[in-house]
Design a protein around this ligand. Structure first.
Ligand SMILES: [Zn+2]
Length: 287
């Protein structure tokens, strides 16, 4: 028997329908060829809503229809909606043409429910995604979100204070904002919450070494908490190291519920509702 077969399948956690993966990259080449199966497994595992990040116009044009077709033909209903944004790691691709396409999709595509994922990522060397180029595009996208009155999904890595400074300057306090892949401590979680924002936890929050994130979870009111995969990256335990997919959101839910001492199905349902409310999908995703 291979090691993969020995791992717990997500369906075996028996989560009820109504859960959500608030952050997925379904058009990744590792997921796209088997999208129908990926969505079936998600639905069988209780995931009823997936928020997909469209980060490049080319991929938006090529894959929007494919994604919707796959969702429509899944065994159980899965509702898809999109965020559209320019990722800080893609900053060298940014130009006016890409911007026009992004702004058009944000304004006119009814399934684009947020601007994201956008932010600052100072993890890499300057040559890969120059830091000085990131901030103007981040600000421009925040202004678009304000103009269109849309939520934003924030990506921030090794740029905590800088991200906060931009968000404050751009008047984002008390506006709909989701801090994706939160990896900070309780004090940082409290700072996000005090601004009126939401926090999404992914697979990394299940890793043994990340006890600080699980402690921070106690500082997040239940109505501000969302779950995500960020698939195909960062698969939760026990699938760490494997390709991630939306169905695996159940493992993060189970581990976070254990941390909070609450019923896993309840956390699953609440975080699913939070996702649909945040992205304005409450009326189009009844399960
Ligand atoms: Zn992402």
């Amino acid at each position: 028997m291979s090691a993969k077969k020995a791992l717990t399948p997500p369906q075996s956690l028996c989560m009820p329908p109504g859960g959500a993966d608030s952050h997925a990259h379904l058009d990744d080449p590792s997921l796209l060829p088997e999208l129908a199966q990926v969505l079936d497994r998600a639905a069988e595992s209780g995931v009823s809503c997936i928020v997909h990040m469209f980060l490049q116009h080319e991929r938006y044009v090529a894959n929007r229809g494919l994604l919707l077709e796959a969702a429509a033909s899944a065994l159980h209903p899965v509702t898809l909606c999109f965020a559209r944004g320019l990722h800080p790691e893609d900053i060298l691709r940014a130009d006016e043409e890409e911007w026009e396409h992004l702004a058009f999709a944000a304004e006119h595509d009814p399934l684009v429910r947020a601007i994201g994922e956008i932010g600052l990522d100072y993890h890499y060397e300057e040559g890969y995604s120059p830091h000085a180029m990131q901030e103007p595009w981040f600000r421009r996208q925040l202004r678009l979100a304000r103009k269109l009155d849309m939520p934003v999904v924030i990506h921030s890595r090794d740029a905590w204070e800088q991200t906060f400074a931009v968000l404050e300057e751009e008047g984002m306090r008390d506006r709909p904002l989701l801090w994706h892949c939160f990896g900070g401590n309780a004090e940082q979680a409290r700072r996000i919450i005090s601004c009126g924002w939401h926090i999404a936890l992914g697979g990394a929050a299940t890793y043994k070494a990340n006890s600080g994130v699980r402690e921070a979870l106690h500082a997040v009111p239940l109505d501000r908490l969302l779950l995500e995969t960020d698939c195909p990256y960062l698969a939760p335990m026990p699938w760490r190291g494997h390709r991630n997919e939306p169905a695996f959101t159940v493992f993060t839910a189970a581990r976070m519920a254990e941390e909070l001492g609450m019923d896993a199905a309840e956390l699953w349902t609440v975080t699913g509702e939070n996702t649909r409310r945040f992205f304005g999908m409450l009326h189009s995703s009844r399960v």
